[in-house]
Design a binder for this molecule. Structure first.
Ligand code: HEM
Length: 485
């Protein structure tokens, strides 16, 4: 009897193991799967070997001569797509519009499947539409926003002025400014200085500790009980707590009418009164968190990379300055100037191509079984999009590894090749914050270069190679800002 039971148990375990290592029919090529871990160990190995998960996957795709790489991370089917055609397909087709539901993502959304960025279906459609419309109603993306950005530029210039040519690390002041703008439209006020500093620090730690696929913690959530710090769980917990406190405080102030003017939180609280069931305080918190997480670090990192590139390429810095000086002189920059400062625009596009902020975008979830090239992707497969590879493809760009703003200009000085730039995504899940990001980056960069020559500290050039975790960021550096006049 016991022998029969043991035999049944053994066959069941064997059956389970065989099932976990068998690839679905016509699944894209990729490394072998091992029991329980799938291809996690090889994914981890190449990420360490090539410096980031994006570069590791890119290397694996070359090894398997494929533009659709098939993996299994823990028990999750993960496919990475490469090449412009595949990228456009995933960005724009409905079957790819979903978002995965994983432990890591739930932690990122305060423990629930809420917000905009990491939900799909009717909840996503309704709340994305509501948020975009109501942010616009309070001035987001409109001319009024320009005035707010100019005020932030003024604060940044004052901060630089105070440094009296002493070298400064631009990270903190840039991140604070973006957060303040985002919070102004969301909550109608600024975040307190000490809270702001703490949150920026946690965002940066979180980005470094995780990959877009979530890392070990996502595959084996129980790790948080044994290695809370090492697994990154402590960072997420602290970040959630800190942000929750900030949001709770401001929601309470709004409920008591203590914040003057109109803003997104007031619009949401009004909608709650209409008894619309999907509008509740937890959803409001999750959307506020989405706006801060998706908007702050991405935008300030681009500006940091722009400053780093100006230091590394002095001739380019002089060309940007000459254009600004001859076209707008000492006028305060505004977004309309982007139609006239075309070399500066080409420079900023090249910064965002060369230092793609989200080189591995997504994650998306396949809503129904679908095909790409000749491969079949089962329902619920997670899909990542390698924007970074398209931005470095020799088929699209001459000498892609060279930093060269001229690639975005034709012989008459007009902007070209912008259709191959995917920094903000494409389709219905395209970044809704691009207008703010573009205006902020342009106005702040022009405002700084107009007044200062930027140099490295003690002649030591900042490192070109970025740190790539959840998103891409510059290695810490300091810069000297020398007044032009
Ligand atoms: C340079 C700065 C930025 C970059 C490079 C960037 C990049 C992206 C990309 C590539 C996506 C698409 C992801 C996908 O297709 O799955 C995205 C989505 C998103 N972005 Fe941005 N973003 C930036 C700034 C902002 C700002 C300022 C906001 C603030 C409102 C924002 C809010 C969002 C949100 C909420 C989503 C999710 C949209 C959805 O899932 O429907 N982003 N961003």
């Amino acid at each position: 009897m016991i022998a029969t039971l043991l035999a049944v148990l053994l066959v069941t375990i064997l059956g389970y193991i065989i099932n976990t290592v068998s690839k679905p029919r016509k699944y894209p090529p990729g490394p072998k799967w091992y029991p329980f871990v799938g291809s996690s160990a090889i994914a981890r190995k190449v990420a360490l070997q090539y410096g980031s998960q994006w570069k590791g996957f890119s290397h694996l795709a070359k090894e398997y001569s494929t533009e659709v790489l098939g993996l299994k991370l823990g028990s999750e089917l993960v496919v990475v797509v490469f090449g412009e055609k595949n990228l456009r397909k995933v960005f724009t087709e409905k079957e790819y519009e979903g978002r995965p539901d994983s432990f890591f993502i739930r932690q990122r959304c305060l423990g629930k499947r809420l917000g905009i960025t990491f939900v799909d279906g009717p909840l996503w459609r309704e709340h994305r539409q509501f948020t975009v419309k109501n942010l616009k109603n309070v001035g987001f993306g409109k001319t009024a926003m320009e005035t707010e950005i100019q005020t932030e530029l003024h604060n940044i210039l004052e901060y630089i002025e105070k440094s009296k040519t002493k070298a400064i690390n631009p990270k903190v002041i840039l991140a604070q400014s973006v957060m303040n703008i985002l919070w102004k439209y969301t909550a109608g006020e600024r975040i307190k200085e000490d809270q702001l500093q703490y949150v920026i620090d946690l965002f940066s730690k979180r980005s470094k500790a995780f990959t877009i696929a979530g890392g070990w913690l996502n595959q084996w959530p129980w790790l948080r009980f044994i290695f809370p710090k090492l697994s990154g769980y402590t960072i997420i917990k602290n970040l959630n707590q800190q942000i929750s406190d900030i949001i709770d405080e401001t929601v309470n102030k709004h409920k008591n009418g203590l914040v003057p003017g109109s803003d997104f939180i007031y619009s949401f609280l009004e909608e709650m009164k209409e008894n619309n069931v999907s509008f509740h305080e937890e959803q409001l918190k999750a959307i506020c968190l989405d706006i801060l997480i998706a908007g702050a670090q991405t935008t300030s990192n681009v500006l940091e990379f722009a400053i780093l590139s100006l230091i590394r390429h002095k001739q380019i810095q002089e060309k940007v300055y000459d254009e600004i000086h001859s076209v707008i002189g000492e006028d305060t920059p505004c977004w309309n100037d982007s139609n006239r400062l075309l070399y500066t625009m080409a420079f900023l596009l090249e910064v965002q191509r060369f230092y793609t902020i989200a080189p591995l975008a997504g994650p998306r979830r396949v809503l129904e079984e679908t095909t790409i090239e000749d491969y079949v992707l089962p329902k619920n497969t997670t899909v990542l999009l390698s924007i970074g590879d398209v931005h470095f493809s020799p088929d699209l760009w001459d000498e892609p590894n060279k930093f060269n703003p001229d690639r975005f200009l034709d012989s008459s000085g007009k902007l070209v090749n912008t259709e191959h730039f995917y920094g903000f995504g494409l389709g219905r899940r395209r970044c809704p914050g691009d207008s703010l990001a573009k205006s902020f980056i342009f106005i702040v960069l022009v405002g700084i270069v107009q007044k200062y020559r930027i140099e490295s500290e003690n002649g030591v050039l900042p490192a070109e190679e970025p740190i790539i975790g959840l998103i891409s960021g510059a290695r810490p550096f300091s810069a000297e800002f020398i007044p032009r006049f």
